[in-house]
Design a protein around this ligand. Structure first.
Ligand SMILES: C[S@@+](CC[C@H](N)C(=O)[O-])C[C@H]1O[C@@H](n2cnc3c(N)ncnc32)[C@H](O)[C@@H]1O
Length: 198
C-alpha cells in the first residue's frame, strides 16, 4: 500500500476471492478462505475510474467464489475461472491484447489469455513451473470448456428496468425485495442460472 500511494495508480476495486477451502486443521481462528484481488487503474484521459463495464460483466459481484484447481502440481494455482473472469470482463470480446503475469506459476493466467485470444508473457523464478506452464499452453484446447463455463456466467437475463417493472429486486432494503412468505430476498435469488453464488 505504501508503494501504491507513491504511484499514480488507484485501487479501482477490491475483490474477495472466496476459495472455499483452507489448509487449517486446528482452530485458534476461523478458517481463512478469502484472498484479495486488487484491480488497479492509472487515471487516463480524464477517466478517474476507467471505462464502464458491460452489464453482463458488472452483474457479477465483488465476491468471486470458486475453489482452487486440484489437478495441478503447483502448490497454489488459481482456478482457470479467476483469470478468465478478470480478462474477459475487461477485454470483453476484443482479442489481441497483451496479458502479463510476472508470477505465472503453472501458467493459469496465460492459459486463460490464450483461450480468450490474447498474447501473453509469463515470468516465474522456477524453471519447473515455467516448463509446466509451457506444457499446459501446448495442450490449451482441453481447457476450452472450462473457459466457456466461466463465460456463460456473464449474461444479463433481466435489466434493472425489467426487474423494477416486475417489482423484483431493485435495492436490498426496499419492500419489493421480499417473496410471498415475507422472506427478504437478495440479489442472488434473482440472478439464477449459472452463477456460482446460488
Ligand atoms: C501463488 S504462485 C502463482 C500461481 C499461479 N497463479 C498459478 O495459477 O499457477 C506464485 C509464483 O511466484 C513465483 N515467484 C516467487 N518469487 C518470484 C520472483 N521473485 N520472481 C518471479 N517469480 C516468483 C513462485 O515460483 C510461484 O510459482
Amino acid at each position: 500500500m505504501e508503494w501504491l500511494r507513491s504511484t499514480k495508480w488507484i485501487i479501482r476495486q477490491e475483490i474477495v476471492w472466496d476459495r472455499m477451502i483452507a489448509a487449517n486443521i486446528r482452530g485458534w481462528r476461523f478458517w481463512q478462505v478469502d484472498e484479495r484481488i486488487y484491480w488497479l487503474y492509472k487515471p487516463k484521459d480524464g477517466h478517474i475510474i476507467g471505462k464502464e463495464l458491460k452489464s453482463k460483466h458488472a452483474l457479477l459481484t465483488s465476491i468471486w467464489r470458486f475453489p482452487p484447481e486440484n489437478n495441478n502440481p503447483h502448490p497454489a494455482p488459481f482456478p482457470l475461472s479467476l483469470p478468465t473472469r478478470a480478462i474477459y470482463s475487461i477485454m470483453d470480446e476484443k482479442k489481441g491484447g497483451i496479458i502479463i503475469d510476472p508470477y505465472c506459476g503453472s501458467g493459469t493466467t496465460l492459459l486463460a489469455a490464450k483461450v480468450l485470444g490474447h498474447h501473453y508473457i509469463g515470468i516465474d523464478v522456477s524453471h519447473d513451473y515455467v516448463g509446466y506452464a509451457k506444457k499446459r499452453l501446448d495442450d490449451y484446447k482441453k481447457e476450452i470448456p472450462a473457459v466457456k463455463k466461466e463465460i456463460l456466467k456473464h449474461i444479463v437475463k433481466k435489466t434493472f428496468k425489467d426487474r423494477k417493472e416486475k417489482g423484483e429486486f431493485v435495492g436490498r432494503y426496499r419492500k419489493a425485495n421480499t417473496n410471498k412468505g415475507g422472506k427478504t430476498l437478495s440479489l442472488f435469488d434473482y440472478l439464477g442460472g449459472e452463477t456460482e453464488n446460488k
